[in-house]
Unconditional design. Structure first.
Length: 74
C-alpha cells in the first residue's frame, strides 16, 4: 500500500480491466453477481500514505495501512 502507483488505481473501485476498452471510453456495466472466487474467499482493504497521494482521511490516517479479510460462512 505504501508504494502503489496511484495513477493506475481508482480510490473507490480499484483497478479494473475490460478487454478492448481504451482510456476515456464510456462503459455500461451490469453487475450480475458479486462475491469472492470459489476457493479464494479473502479480500483486502487499505489506505494510502499521505506522502504517496493519500486518500479521503489522510489528516486522520497519514500512514499506509492494509487489512486482509478471510471470509467465512459463504
Amino acid at each position: 500500500m505504501r508504494d502503489v502507483d496511484l495513477r493506475r488505481v481508482h480510490m473507490l473501485s480499484g483497478p479494473v480491466a475490460v478487454n478492448g476498452a481504451e482510456p476515456g471510453d464510456l462503459l455500461v456495466v451490469d453487475i450480475l453477481d458479486l462475491g469472492p472466487l470459489q476457493g479464494n474467499e479473502w479480500g483486502f482493504s487499505g489506505i494510502f500514505a499521505k506522502t504517496n497521494g493519500g486518500g479521503f482521511l489522510t489528516d486522520y490516517f497519514p500512514e499506509a495501512r492494509k487489512a486482509v479479510w478471510d471470509f467465512q460462512g459463504i
